[in-house]
Every structure is written in C-alpha cells, then in structure tokens.
Design a protein around this ligand. Structure first.
Ligand code: ADP
Ligand code: ZN
Ligand code: ZN
Length: 726
C-alpha cells in the first residue's frame, strides 16, 4: 500500500501556518497548487487553496484528515506566479497565509459553491445550416428567422432572443439538427482612437517607457495635476494592448470615477473590467474571470484588484501612488504599491507609478536611481498654476471660520460668474459641542475623541468608532442653556455660506452628503454645467475630479498638520494642499488659492508655496534621513489593544524583553496617537533600523517566541510592516 498523498492548504484562519490534508491514494494523482479544496477544519468545513504537495507530514497518519472535495476540476484557480507572490506577501508582512490567499480570491469564490463563470459564447451557422437557409422557410418560419439572423455572422444569445419568446427551444432544435453550433465568443477587438498630440514632456515619458516594455523597470511619472499623466497612461496602454497583452491599472478608492472609465472607453475603444470592493459579488467575479481567461485586455481596480490573475499581463500602472488607500490598514496590512512593484519584477514587466505629489518613498527610490523619473511640469492645456495667497488668521475677525478677506474674494469670484471651492477637512456641523457656562464638551466614551456635532440630525457622532447619541439641549453637567458649537465643520460652512450668498447653489461634498448613490454624480453634473456655484467639502474634493470652472480655492485650516506628532503629517499636508489647488482653473481663467493659517511663516509652509512640492519633499526627505525615519530607514510596529491599558502594556513590555539582539532597535511601549478607540486602549512598539534585511531577520526570530507569551492571550495584537499610521 502506498502512503497517502499530502497537500498543504492555506485556510482563512488567523494562524501562521498551512494545514496538511491527505488525498486518498487512487482518487486523484495530485492536486495542483492553486486549486481550491473543501476540507474539514474543527467542526466545520472550509474552503482552502492548495499551496503545495508534500511527501511527508508532521501530523501522525491517524490524525491526518482527508480532503472532502476538490472544487476546481480542470485547472487551478491561481497560477504559480500568483501563488509565489502571495507566498512572498505572507513571509514579508508576517501575516496568516490563509488570510493572505483568501484576499486574492473574489468573495464569491471563497465559498464552496462558487464557480468561475464560463466564457461568453456565440452561435454560428454550420455548412448544413447554410444549405438549409438556401431552401424556402417551409413550415418552420421561426427556425428560419433565426437562421437568417445568423446568416452573415455569429451572434450572441442576446441577439437571438429577439426571434421570439420560444427562442431557446428554437435554438436547441437548430443545434439538434446540426445547423447551428456553439463556440466561445472571441474577445472584443479594441478600437483605438487618436489622442491629442503629446507635448514634448509627455512624448519623452512615453518614448522612454515604451523603450523598456520588454523587461522589468519601474517608472515614476511625477506630473502636476493637469499635466496629462492620464494621456501618457493611455498611450502606453494602447501600445501594450495592441501587442496582445493585458494591462492592470490601480487607482485609489476614490479615484475610480465614471469619468476615468469613460476616458478609457473612448480612447481605447474597449470595456475595462472593473474590480473594486463596492461592486456586487457577481460583477466582480465576472471581471475577475475575464481577466484570468485573458479576455479582458484592461483591468481597472482599487487595492484588492492587485491580485487579479492575468496570464498576459504586460504593464501595471498605479495612479496617485501617494494615496493612503493603497495601504490596507487592518487584517492583512499590505501596501498595494509595494506589492505591485514586486509583482512587476517577478513577471519581468514594467510598472508605472503616477502622481502629482509623489510619496517620499517613491521620490527616494527615484533619487537613488532605482526608478526612472519622468517629470511633467507644465499643464498640458497650458493653463497656468494658481497663485497662492496666505491669510494670516491672527489679525482677522472671522465668521464661521472664514476670514473677511476670504469672504470678499468668494463674493467677487461669484460675481464674475465663476465657481469657488471651500475645503475643510472636517465633516459635520462643529468638531465639538461645548457648554459656555462650565466648559463641558461632548466626548466619546469609547475613544479619545470629541463627538462631532451634526446639527441637522441633532446628533453627536464619533467619527472614529461611529457611536452616536442625541445632542443634548441643555448642558448635561450644569443644566445651563449655554451649549454651542466650537470650531467648524462642512455643514456649518454650508449653512453660513448659504446665508451670505443666497443666490448661488451650494453643493456639499462629504461622506455624509454623498453616501447616497447618485448624489455625487448629480452634484458633479451641476458643477460641470457651469455657472457660479460654491463647492464645500472635505478631502473628497481633493481627489480624482477636475473642476475647470473653479477659479478660487479656499483652504480653511491646515494648522493641525504643522504641529502633529505623526512624522508623516507634513508630507500629507503638502500633498493635500497641492492636490486641492490642482483641481482648479484652466487656461482662460487662472486660479487663486487662499490658505488660512495662524502660522503664516512656518518654514515648511513657506518652502512649499515658494518653491513647490519637489523642493518641499526633498527637504522633508533630508529631515527623515537625519532622523533615520522611512524611507531612509525601515520600520515595523507591534500593535496591541485591550480593554485594559495595563494588559496591552504588559504584553508589549514582555515583547521588548524578548526582542532578539541585532542592529535593529526597538522603542516603546507607547500609546497610539489616539489611544482609546472603540472602547479599547491601543499601544505599540516601534522596531526601526537602517537595514531592511536585519529588521526582517530579527522580527522573524521574534514572532514565534512572541506568540508563546502568556500575556499575548490577553490582547489583540498584530505586526504592521512598513506602517503608515501610528
Ligand atoms: P493628469 O492626469 O495629469 O491630471 P490629464 O491627462 O487628465 O492630466 O490631462 C488634463 C487635461 O489636459 C485633460 O483635459 C486632457 O484631455 C488634456 N490634455 C492632456 N494631454 C494633452 C495634450 N498633449 N494636448 C492637449 N490636451 C491635453
Ligand atoms: Zn455646563
Ligand atoms: Zn468613538
């Protein structure tokens, strides 16, 4: 008797290992890696993915369980290059293999019942069918009508449906008679249309990147908003797709706009396969299957689309590469940008990272010569960049957060029939509801945060854990009728502006307003229609959209970032200011950006406004270098949270005690920037060093010991490699 065959399976459980199962000998020869299987796990059945075959198992034969069912018959779901990439991911990010692999599957295929949808088919007339068509219709006119539909070219079921309500029966009798046969529909041929003739900088970038389509190379397309990065993408996509290969475009969560898809459709003459988490499971699976079968020439998606199998992949483009949404912040904490570069390297294909405000990581790589650096410094439409005006708020009287000068400028702009955008990174009515008698303020009981006052709904809402309660009418402490909002949110701005400028439409863009479907598009439509209007919004306004009629941008308050404890705050502030400003203006109507601040002569702000983002970023980079901070050094966090602060502290204290010796140092424990969140205390340790290899070696030695700490059982903990948030 031969020993049973053994497979090692990745199961979606938060454990750091693969699980062995036996394949009864005689049933199947071997189950290829990448195949889904149904296996017993505890009292449940679970869907897992075979990672490899093995001869032996550590598990004694009598305890080794057998596979229940092989779910993918003909060929494995994931190809070997993708499996290798996922393997690299769980080693690098130190995350449970099964959860990493599960994140690469469309949700529909994480269930045992999920099957890959079949390729679309078409129906074609056979030679006998052609013969039949030459005879008169006779007594079967409906059958004849269907043959006529097929006379010149094959047709899809959709077209045959028009023949009559019994079309299915008709079709199958035609097939039975051998007059019609079914075949896989060929992929639609893209029909490219010409784009604008490229300006010299665009031309140079396209030529340089086209020259290196044959192997791995990483390119940074560093181009101001409106410089024509998207046109560069499309020129390259045309080259890659017309050579018969596939392309993957990754965009930030908020960047996947109908506008972008329309541009791709129009210029490339094809239907992009779209993959993002907001999509229904069915359409997401369709896109995934089309990509995997090679039918989809272009896949456009957000972070998770990174793991889409694409056998003919020839180019990856990652737009707005600095955007924080490329880093997953919970569970499997990965950077889609970094993995995309890895995937391109493994597949030996080029990758293009684009941004108007590149991350310091990418600028660092470009400066070191690891990435080719392509700059676009002019707007493709030749529209000038806006002029800056810094308003010193120390000598200003304000109304609802806006200085009188800003209000004047808004009034003048609207008078000229132009549009104005007011940007404030705080939704709701006021950041806090406060008692002016005793100083009481609404704070969240589960987080270190003020509750934001949403006046129209008359509620106090925590923007961190979403808990909420009705807003009190009187002070809960001193019973005085002295409650008032302190500070401003988008709702308040909207109200105040509506009172003052009552003859123009005011459109608010924030999560509260645009969460209902259709509102976003409807409002954008009104902006695009032209005519004076006021846009009030959060971060959301800084991304994705272009508002050519907007000639004045007011940034209400940026001061938080200037003195934040997060070393990335200045980088993000610079990106935000630059991005907001870049949304506005076009050739005939140059724009102005007004920045309100209490610190008009802050060195960083001055540098950004006088010399631009590149100079600003290289100064920040120098600061990071001096401090040994990323990207000049490498970091990992050990995060822990518990109801009791002491439990988190004890675990992290123990963890420091067992940290292996080496050149990488460990700091902490310290409380997270917002310690209480959702009723839990959050603390962390920072592991930091100049060598990535050393850091990983030490962390890899540390983890197995860490898992055995008794204090680990009292907390929720996780490792965060290359963290983006503290
Ligand atoms: P980005 O992606 O850098 O913000 P886009 O590619 O969206 O820039 O281009 C901004 C605007 O300029 C678009 O309306 C685009 O059609 C136009 N544009 C881009 N390249 C050219 C060009 N070479 N000639 C004329 N117009 C262009
Ligand atoms: Zn009070
Ligand atoms: Zn809260």
């Amino acid at each position: 008797m031969t020993a049973p065959h053994i497979i090692q399976v990745a199961l979606p459980v938060p454990l750091p290992q693969l699980f062995d199962y036996s394949v009864p000998s005689g049933s199947v020869a071997a189950i290829a890696p990448g195949t889904r299987v149904l296996v017993p796990f505890g009292r449940r059945k679970m869907v897992g993915v075979v990672v490899r075959n093995a001869k032996h198992s550590e598990v004694p034969p009598e305890r080794l369980l057998a596979v229940i069912e092989v779910l993918d018959g003909a060929e494995p779901l994931l190809d070997s290059s993708l499996l290798e990439l996922l393997h690299w991911c769980w080693m690098y990010y130190k995350h449970a293999p099964g959860e990493v692999v599960a994140s690469a599957l469309p949700p529909a295929l994480r269930k045992a019942r999920g099957v890959i949808p079949k390729a679309p088919v078409q129906y074609r007339l056979t030679a006998d069918g052609q013969q039949r068509l030459r005879l008169p219709p006779g007594r079967a006119p409906v059958q004849y009508a269907m043959l006529e539909v097929l006379a010149d070219a094959p047709a899809s079921a959709g077209r045959l449906r028009g023949v009559g309500s019994q079309w299915r029966k008709t079709l199958s009798s035609l097939q039975d008679q051998g007059w019609v046969k079914v075949e896989e529909a060929p992929a639609e041929e893209p029909r490219f249309s010409a784009g604008p003739s490229l300006v010299p900088d665009q031309q140079k970038a396209v030529e340089a990147i086209s020259a290196s389509l044959q192997g791995f190379s990483c390119h940074l397309l560093d181009g101001i908003t409106g410089s024509g990065k998207t046109e560069v993408y499309m020129s390259l996509l045309e080259k890659v797709i017309s050579s018969g290969r596939q392309a993957l475009v990754l965009v930030p969560e908020i960047g996947l706009t109908p506008q972008l898809l329309r541009r791709f459709r129009k210029r490339l003459g094809l239907e992009p396969a779209v993959i993002h988490s907001g999509l229904g499971a069915g359409s997401r699976l369709e896109s995934w299957a089309a990509a995997r079968a090679g039918r989809a020439a272009l896949v456009v998606g957000t972070r998770s689309a990174l793991f889409t199998p694409m056998p003919g992949l020839g180019l990856i483009i990652l737009d707005e590469e600095h955007d924080a949404s490329f880093k997953q912040q919970d569970g499997f904490r990965y950077s889609a940008r970094d993995i995309a570069v890895k995937r391109a390297a493994e597949l030996d294909i080029p990758i293009l990272l684009g941004s108007a405000t590149p991350s310091l990581e990418s600028l660092h790589n470009a400066a070191k010569g690891r990435y080719s650096w392509h700059r676009l410094r002019e707007r493709a439409t030749r529209a000038p960049m806006p002029a800056w005006r810094v308003l010193d708020m120390r000598q200003q009287s304000t109304a609802n957060g806006l200085s009188l000068q800003a209000l004047e400028a808004i009034g003048e702009t609207l008078q000229r029939g132009e549009q104005v955008m007011v940007f404030l990174n705080r939704r709701g009515y006021a950041p806090v509801l406060m008692c002016h008698q005793c100083g009481w303020s609404g704070t969240c009981q589960r987080c270190d945060a003020h509750l934001t006052w949403h006046r129209s709904a008359s509620r106090l809402v925590c923007h961190h854990c979403a808990s909420q309660r009705p807003a009190p009418r009187m002070c809960p402490d001193c019973r005085a009728d002295a409650l008032a909002g302190a500070g401003e949110g988008t709702q308040q701005l909207e109200e105040a502006l509506a009172r003052r400028f009552d003859d123009v439409p005011i459109l608010r863009f924030d999560r509260d307003k645009t969460s209902r479907t259709g509102v976003m598009d409807e409002q954008l439509e009104r902006v695009r229609a032209g005519g004076p209007c006021l846009l009030v919004g959060t971060q959301m306004l800084a991304k994705g959209h272009h508002f050519p009629e907007v000639t004045l941008v007011v940034i209400v308050n940026i001061d938080q970032a200037l003195y934040s404890a997060d070393f990335r705050a200045l980088e993000r502030m610079g990106q935000m200011i630059q991005q907001v400003a870049g949304r506005a203006g076009r050739m005939e109507k140059p724009g102005t950006v007004i920045l309100q601040t209490l610190h008009p002569d802050h060195a960083a702000l001055e540098l950004l406004l006088r010399q631009g983002y590149e100079a600003y970023a290289s100064w920040l980079l120098q600061e990071r270098q001096m401090a040994g901070l990323p990207p000049a050094g490498y970091q990992a966090l050990l995060r822990a949270e518990a109801h009791e602060r002491s439990a988190a502290e004890r675990f992290l204290g123990d963890a420091v005690g067992i940290f292996p010796a080496g050149e990488t140092r460990i700091y902490g424990p310290m409380p997270a920037l917002m310690e209480r969140l959702g009723g839990r205390s959050r603390m962390y340790l920072v592991v930091q060093g100049a060598s990535r290899t050393a850091l990983h070696r030490q962390v890899d030695q540390w983890l197995p010991v860490l898992r055995k700490l008794p204090s680990a059982r009292k907390v929720r903990w996780a490792v965060d490699i290359d963290p983006q948030n503290l």
